[in-house]
Write a protein that binds this ligand. Structure first.
Ligand code: SF4
Length: 756
């Protein structure tokens, strides 16, 4: 029998609402959910293929334990968790918290489990949390910390309402990241009063829709943006009133920008000076303008400086805190922390002495921290919803590091490459078999949240993450299994759904047992969670978060239509989330609220960042490498690549090999034809690729997509294993984010050449 239901896509940070038809425990039809408060029926082609994630032949159905010969033996959950708990406790007690690291903890759509997985770090007395944000966005978070006062201050862009939109290092047509990307791009393109500018070394799908495309030389974004800023200040186009009222430190920034050799920097970026001036003037003079950036500038040379310059573009022109500009926003799930490295309480790593940014350590240093010769090396890791042996820089370094670990545990729905290298593999229920949510709710002024309910029964033998972590903590002796008083109170209050007495009792319990404070998620899971309808126990930690959110943003939550007073609004918001099967609106802010979201005491933006001004002054490094004459932009987003959860290759309608795009002139010079195989060699390693001759790339550059290099049903890796080419040392000196968009490589026709 066919039934209909709603959920959300889990393939990118937009998490569009889905309306689905289900038959025989499978997705039969998937389309956009018109009732979703943000996506309103919009989806792209990738979501329609989610059956390839939910049902495929590599799903895990039992815990696996590695044997001495390298094979895996199925074991029971108790056997696995008993042994893991005992070994974790032994490592912690013998070597202390530095011996443990947690890796991953949520993909694009499974962040609810993060409330539970973080408890393991506390149980192990460790701070070392590594995840993919640490190889993408931490440079940006570091700059936010200095500009706005805390690394939790995160910005968004009002592309939908801007008169002038600057896309730098991003291709929203394929990468999305903005509301209903393709519709939004079409609206801008059709409107003669609005301007779209794309800055990208490739003539992307978005660039083809743009009014102006600045096809800069790869890795020169900092030159281009600083030249734009220099044009703005030398021509007096900056917003003096805004800067005087809302910012500090502009004098130092202006001095640095006036020293920029504009024509020289335009030449370095290889863009026409006149066009750059036209863009700088158009952006500064527009009634509203915003900048949208992505990995194109966050994973290339001058990563952190790039983040600073793109923010200066909208700040110096006063396009902040207004419709059509860039703005701060609120978050319900605290996916970012604030760990300014000037505060000595944040622990540095043993080998690189690296500090966390927004609570996250960078994956680029982890192999060295594991292979470090010393008592304080990392000996055990827990990997959750991540595949570092494929997706983090320097696969070879990761393979060597994992082989040296005393204990590695992987939680996943499928047998990933990292799982194959682990001591234990624990099978999780899929994202459509449990309660889940994304923390990527980054909207302003109206923000929302979508708690997804299970569509399918969990596959037999699997467990959801909240149950796995809670059982593990209990077996480690960190938590008791029962909290009878809280359970009793929660049962009494369940009918009214307010849980105020239970939360008060929880507060008292934690005040008396401070060692349990980091484990509040599992305590509410085992108590309040048991009383929630439809087995929604996993969502219990949201109750505390909605209370905090309602306190902080009381008027905005009320404006969104939620009822209640200071005491009850949080609980009512929680109930609305539980019932809102298509997602809900959390809050409606006013643009004037922006200033209260700035964390500096003076509520101003502190523009002058000494480290960034120093890097700007020293922007002279050569970016060519004679031995490796091509620049590989690794990790391109295309129509049929996605994050690693699509492992069945049958999901792709096109581009089965993840072809390498190369300009026709380069291909001709190397004697390569469309469909030929070629060797792509970096200083680290080489891989064989299939070539797609394509004039959308510049000469001297090639591109490869992410989302390949995985095995399926014991096959060889399918498509390019990008991180065999990347080197963990090739990264930003401050944030340590990798330069994936600027990998020096050689290309030659493969000796096994032949059309495919
Ligand atoms: S835009 Fe992103 S979230 Fe929306 S359907 Fe496409 S991949 Fe899924």
């Amino acid at each position: 029998m066919t039934t209909t239901d709603t959920t959300a896509c889990i393939l990118c940070s937009r998490n569009c609402g889905l309306s689905v038809e289900i038959d025989d425990n499978r997705f039969k039809k998937i389309k956009g959910d018109k009732a979703h408060p943000f996506s309103q029926g919009y989806i792209c082609q990738k979501a329609a293929r989610l059956e390839h994630y939910q049902n495929h032949d590599d799903r895990l159905t039992t815990p696996l334990q590695r044997q001495s010969d390298g094979s895996f033996k199925p074991v029971s959950w108790d056997e696995a968790l008993d042994d893991i708990a005992q070994r974790l406790v032994a490592i912690r007690d013998q070597h202390g918290g530095n011996a443990f690291a947690f890796l991953g903890g949520g993909g694009q759509g499974n962040h609810l489990g993060g409330a539970y997985s973080r408890q393991l770090l506390a149980a192990m007395k460790s701070y070392f949390s590594y995840n993919s944000l640490g190889q993408e966005k931490t440079g940006d978070f570091w700059v936010n910390g200095r500009l706005f006062g805390e690394q939790t201050c995160h910005t968004t862009e009002d592309v939908e309402h801007a008169d002038y939109v600057l896309f730098i290092g991003t291709n929203p047509f394929q990468a999305h990241g903005i509301p209903n990307a393709r519709d939004t791009l079409k609206h801008i393109k059709k409107d003669p009063g609005r301007t779209m500018v794309v800055v990208d070394p490739r003539r992307t799908e978005t660039a083809k829709m743009a009014d102006i495309h600045l096809q800069l030389r790869p890795g020169t974004d900092a030159y281009l943006m600083s030249a734009m800023l220099a044009i703005i200040v030398t021509e007096g186009l900056h917003d003096r009133d805004f800067l005087a009222k809302h910012c500090r430190g502009f004098d130092q920034v202006e001095k640095a920008l006036r020293a920029i050799p504009i024509a020289d920097y335009a030449a370095r970026a290889d863009v026409p000076l006149a066009t750059l001036e036209e863009v700088a003037r158009g952006f500064a003079n527009a009634d509203s303008a915003c900048v949208r950036i992505d990995l194109g500038i966050q994973q290339t040379l001058n990563t952190t400086l790039n983040g600073y310059l793109e923010k200066l573009l909208y700040l110096v022109t006063g396009n902040f805190g207004k419709p059509g500009g860039n703005n701060l926003h609120t978050m319900l799930l605290p996916i970012l922390g604030d760990t300014d490295e000037r505060n000595p309480k944040y622990r540095r790593t043993a080998h690189h002495r690296m500090f966390p940014i927004a609570g996250i350590y960078p994956p680029n240093i982890l192999p060295d921290e594991i292979l470090h010769q010393g008592e304080d090396r990392i000996r055990a890791v827990f990997v959750d919803s991540a595949n570092p042996l494929v997706t983090w820089a320097d696969t070879r370094a990761y393979e060597k590091a994992f082989a040296s670990l005393e204990l590695s545990v992987v939680i996943d729905v499928t047998m990933t490459e990292t799982a194959r290298a682990a001591h234990y593999v624990l099978p999780a229920s899929s994202q459509f078999e449990k309660w889940e949510a994304t923390g990527f709710n980054l909207e302003f002024p109206v923000n929302g949240f979508h708690l997804r309910h299970p569509l399918f029964l969990p596959k037999e033998g699997t467990l959801p993450e909240p149950e796995i972590y809670t059982r593990l903590l209990e077996k480690m002796g960190v938590l008791p299994e029962r909290f009878p008083k809280l359970e009793r109170l929660a049962r009494l209050e369940a009918k009214r759904g307010q849980y105020l007495a239970t939360l008060a009792a929880l507060g008292t319990l934690l005040a008396r047992n401070r060692q349990w404070i980091p484990h509040a998620a599992s305590i509410v899971y085992r108590t309040i969670g048991k009383t929630l309808p439809d087995n929604a126990a996993a969502s219990a930690p949201l109750l505390a978060l909605t209370h905090v959110y309602a306190q902080l943003h009381y008027k905005a939550v009320k404006r969104a239509g939620h009822q209640g007073n200071r005491l009850t609004l949080g609980s009512n918001l929680f109930q609305a989330i539980l019932k809102g099967r298509s997602g809900i609106t959390l809050s409606e802010h006013r643009f004037t609220d922006i200033w209260s979201l700035i964390a500096h005491n003076d509520r101003r933006v502190h523009l002058a960042i000494p480290e960034m001004l120093d890097e700007l002054a020293g922007l002279t490094a050569s970016i060519t490498d004679q031995a490796y004459p091509f620049v590989l932009m690794a990790g391109e987003r295309r129509s049929y690549n996605a994050n690693q959860i699509y492992r069945d290759p049958a999901w792709r309608k096109v581009d089965p090999h993840g072809a390498m795009r190369m300009h026709p002139e380069d291909a001709e010079r190397l004697g390569i034809e469309n469909g030929d195989k070629a060797l792509c060699r970096s200083a680290r390693d080489s891989i064989e690729v299939v070539v797609e001759v394509d004039d959308s790339v510049r000469t001297g550059m090639v591109t490869l997509p992410h989302g390949f290099g995985m095995r399926y049903k014991d096959s060889a890796p399918i498509g390019p294993e990008l991180n065999r080419l990347t080197d963990s040392q090739h990264c930003d000196p401050l944030s340590r984010t990798p330069f994936h968009k600027h990998v020096p490589v050689q290309i030659e026709k493969s000796s096994t050449a032949g059309a495919v």
